[in-house]
Design a protein around this ligand. Structure first.
Ligand SMILES: [Zn+2]
Length: 271
């Protein structure tokens, strides 16, 4: 239970009318008094002997009661901080902030469509040739303004990619732009273009990167770093659900959505 969790507790105590102090994440006397009042009011939810628990354990129990009242699955009210309490508290905090529980990311399986017949990664060398020779390239214009992620003052006119993926990419960019609009896309960081064609090996690997064939694109790399998972990567947030749906309906694969790393990266090749 850290300071953020104590803030969540204080917000609950405030909402239930027993606390008028600051939301400062500190378990001071006002917080303790409010906890006492609230636990007394919900004594029916506590096991026998809970009166003898330490203040810390009672604070955890109080959060567990808060979750129980919100119908968040929290398990037994035992005042012990395990993974279930930890997750339930996170859900409670999201409800306090947004009025809604967090989006159930586990349920959102990536689509496995492949309407364009993209190759598997392992087939690329044979199908498209060795990346030591530059692939046939086309520049696909982007309907919203792009900035190079590493040089925001530079605005590429479009995305230079393998001609094989150009039509699909063009459809995707149009649909994305129709859905979000240029302003929102900028707010979402999707003007920060991290590059497409790049004759290189995989970072942290030895085989060719799909970038070496010009069939992969990186978006907003500074907020979606290679080793970040969905807890940190911006592109894992619920507002990007439609973004990913549009790519996946064209058969593109997000490494973030399928493997939970490299959220910046989307490719026209199956794993
Ligand atoms: Zn990439």
């Amino acid at each position: 239970m850290n300071r953020t969790d104590v803030r969540t507790l204080q917000r609950f105590l405030k909402e239930s009318g027993s606390y008028q102090g600051k939301i400062d994440g500190l378990r001071g006397p006002k917080t303790l008094a409010a906890m006492k009042t609230t636990l007394k009011a919900h004594a029916d939810l506590l096991p026998a002997g809970a009166d003898a628990w330490s203040d810390k354990r009672r604070a955890v129990a109080c959060l567990q009661v808060a979750c129980r009242l919100r119908k968040i699955e929290v398990g037994p009210i035992d005042g012990l901080w395990g993974p279930q309490t930890d997750h339930a508290t996170e859900v409670l905090a999201t409800i306090q902030e947004t009025g809604k529980p967090p989006a159930p990311w586990r349920d959102q399986e990536p689509l496995d469509a492949n309407p364009n017949g993209w190759y598997r990664e392992a087939e690329l060398k044979e199908a498209l040739g060795s990346p030591t020779r530059k692939p046939p390239m086309v520049v696909v214009p982007c309907p919203w303004q792009l900035c190079l992620a590493w040089d925001l003052g530079t605005h590429p006119s479009g995305i230079g990619c393998h001609e094989m993926v150009a039509d699909s990419l063009s459809r995707i960019l149009t649909r994305v732009n129709d859905h979000y609009g240029p302003e929102q896309l900028r707010e979402m960081g999707l003007h920060r273009y991290g590059g497409c064609y790049n004759k290189r090996r995989k970072r942290g690997g030895t085989s060719w990167s799909t970038h070496a064939w010009g069939i992969a694109i990186d978006w907003d790399p500074s907020h979606n770093r290679l080793k970040w998972g969905r807890d940190r990567a911006r592109l894992a947030q619920p507002e990007y659900d439609t973004w990913w749906k549009i790519w996946e309906e064209e058969g593109w694969v997000s490494l973030g959505r399928t493997r939970n790393f490299d959220w910046m990266h989307v490719q026209a090749a199956k794993l």
